[in-house]
Design a protein around this ligand. Sequence first.
Ligand code: IMP
Length: 206
Amino acid sequence: MTSYRRFRGDTLVIASHNAGKVREIADLLAPYAGRFPSAGAFGLDDPEETGETFAANAELKARYVAERSGHPALADDSGLAVAALDGRPGVQSARWAEDASGRRDFGRAMERLEEALGNAADRRAWFICALCLAWPDGETAVFEGRVDGSLVWPVRGANGFGYDPMFLPDGHQLTFGEMEPAAKHAISHRARAFAKLVAACFEAPA
Ligand code: IMP
């Protein structure tokens, strides 16, 4: 069994500029650290996400921030992979929703997905979340969570975000867009990645 370096400090930098994401991660990890500043608090910008995998992107973001802030840093990268599209949109999930001016419209992104699927009989898809915890000396640990399902059309539900209304998790009747947030969070790719990270790298307070 791999043994992971444990986080025992007070400060964990969240390598994101998305205020909602920083708050959500801070809530999840509140028992294990005292302060969760964002990368912006150190005057750091976002590095370009040039990786070809979720894990590579999470790692490059976490390393960038840990090395420059001098504190351990946590980054995530996530998205939707579609079997009939050879894993696309994958690491391009957010970009598929952008128009020429960079504005995101996920209604349009889901239409694009449906067009790309055409008459494909195989509608399997999965969400992936990769989390990377990086230390200032360059050591990293990466954890992935995945949830499998299929794509529905027309889309259903107004909860959640991104591709949620199009995603029906295996074994369920409701799409992520129809589920209550707590029901999604119980089975999501993000929850699964966090469970692995916490078990490996964080210690419950005494
Ligand atoms: P990022 O990890 O913040 O770069 O987000 C990647 C993109 O993947 C998001 O903008 C969404 O399009 C998509 N995505 C990631 N996780 C979810 C989810 O739980 N539901 C719906 N879409 C998601």
